[in-house]
Write a new protein. Structure first.
Length: 137
């Protein structure tokens, strides 16, 4: 290994680290995170159609947040590590699924606590203060 005289870092250390996982491990973790993503978004209804509609609605509700945070995390990772190339699609999907799992957990806690994410009046500031004033009276 040849040392870079200006920085004191060996030339092999200056290169970005290669992925230590095999393609099989990458595919397996992608499938597993996708499955867990689906489980966390699963909402049960009276019928299979109602369950599918509620699950799809939940996925569409959390998707913008997961996409946004995925973009932010990938940008920060590229900026900090100095990589010019974008990560592979499988890694981007795993990050998206992980962010989606986190947001699905938070929304599930909110729903099971009695909140309704589809009620736009309660989500607004006016609805919030209206609820507070009602409880105070």
């Amino acid at each position: 290994m040849e040392d870079n005289k200006n920085t004191g870092i060996s030339s092999s250390a200056a290169k970005p680290a290669e992925s230590l996982e095999s393609p099989r491990q990458g595919a397996l973790t992608l499938v597993l995170t996708g499955f867990v993503y689906l489980i966390f978004h699963l909402r049960l209804g009276q019928s299979i159609g109602a369950s599918c509609a509620a699950t799809l609605g939940q996925m569409l509700l959390t998707a913008p947040y997961a996409i946004g945070f995925t973009c932010i995390l990938v940008y920060l990772h590229r900026r900090i590590s100095g990589q010019k190339a974008r990560p592979p699609w499988t890694r981007l999907l795993r990050i998206f699924f992980t962010m989606g799992i986190c947001f699905a957990l938070f929304f599930a806690l909110y729903e099971y606590g009695g909140g309704d994410p589809w009620n736009t009046e309660a989500a607004s500031a006016g609805g919030f203060w209206g609820d507070i004033l009602q409880k105070l009276q």
